[in-house]
Write a protein that binds this ligand. Structure first.
Ligand code: CTP
Ligand code: CA
Length: 227
């Protein structure tokens, strides 16, 4: 009912969203990942669909149902997420990066399960940095409007603004963790070139789906009007 009654400010718009963690394999049975639940990205995908958009969701390994009417592409590693997103991005009006992309991957992948060597010496792993998907999309000549997320444990506005400048995106949505990770409610800080604004405005917390709806309405107002 809410979906049917809500305004459709994204009618005719194509929206691309990344969500969830990525998984970086060490060997066939092990890997590096993080605790992102994907809930924020899935809630935003649902909200964008309700707002009338054509939505593609590129999801890392999560345990969530695909929102109704949303096209979903499942990936595992950051490189796979990058390779799914980059060619698709120019076909979209809006790109929202909510994924908690693993910053590093093992420099080499072992084809077989790594075994204990019997000498009680633990293996060490060299890491390589993963591509920054958001920065790569924002650097495309035919880029969509780009929105990043920043989950921080302290100095939220400071770190969010640093990411706004470093990744050259017009909007970073900040939230304080790890208290928020996996929870059904959240509170956000919208940081752009003009300043910062809390959502909900009174600084309280609210349900993630309600928050996602409010955020999508705000983002819709930022999109350039096309003729
Ligand atoms: N991001 C991305 N690709 C990466 C890393 C981050 O697309 N390889 C995106 C995230 O989806 C998010 C934003 O960039 O929208 C910020 O992610 P974050 O991890 O906070 O930023 P980093 O640049 O990785 O900085 P750090 O983790 O050191 O704070
Ligand atoms: Ca990171």
């Amino acid at each position: 009912l809410i979906a049917a009654l809500s305004p459709k400010p994204l009618a005719g718009k194509r929206v691309l969203i990344t969500a969830g963690p990525t998984f970086e394999a060490i060997d066939p049975v092990r890997g590096i990942t993080n605790l992102s639940s994907g809930k924020m990205g899935f809630s935003l995908a649902r909200a964008a669909r309700e707002a009338g958009a054509d939505v593609t969701l590129v999801a890392g390994p999560v345990h969530l149902d695909t929102p109704r009417g949303v096209r979903r592409i499942d990936v595992r590693s950051a490189q796979q997420m990058h390779d799914a997103v980059l060619p698709a991005a120019p076909l979209h009006d809006l790109f929202i990066a909510t994924a908690a992309v693993a910053d590093w991957r093992p420099a080499s992948l072992s084809a077989h399960k790594i075994k204990k060597d019997g000498k009680k010496i633990a293996p060490t792993f060299e890491l390589s940095e993963n591509p920054d998907i958001l920065a790569a999309v924002a650097a495309l000549p035919d880029r969509p409007y780009c929105v990043g997320f920043a989950a921080e444990s302290e100095k939220l506005e400071h770190h969010a603004r640093e990411k706004l400048l470093r990744k050259r995106v017009p909007l970073i949505v900040g939230n304080l963790g790890p208290a928020t990770f996996g929870r059904d409610d959240n509170a956000l800080l919208l940081v752009d070139a003009d300043g910062a604004r809390a959502l909900p405005e009174d600084g309280s917390r609210c349900d993630k789906q309600e928050l996602a709806r409010a955020l999508m309405q705000d983002i819709a107002r930022r999109l350039p009007v096309r003729d």
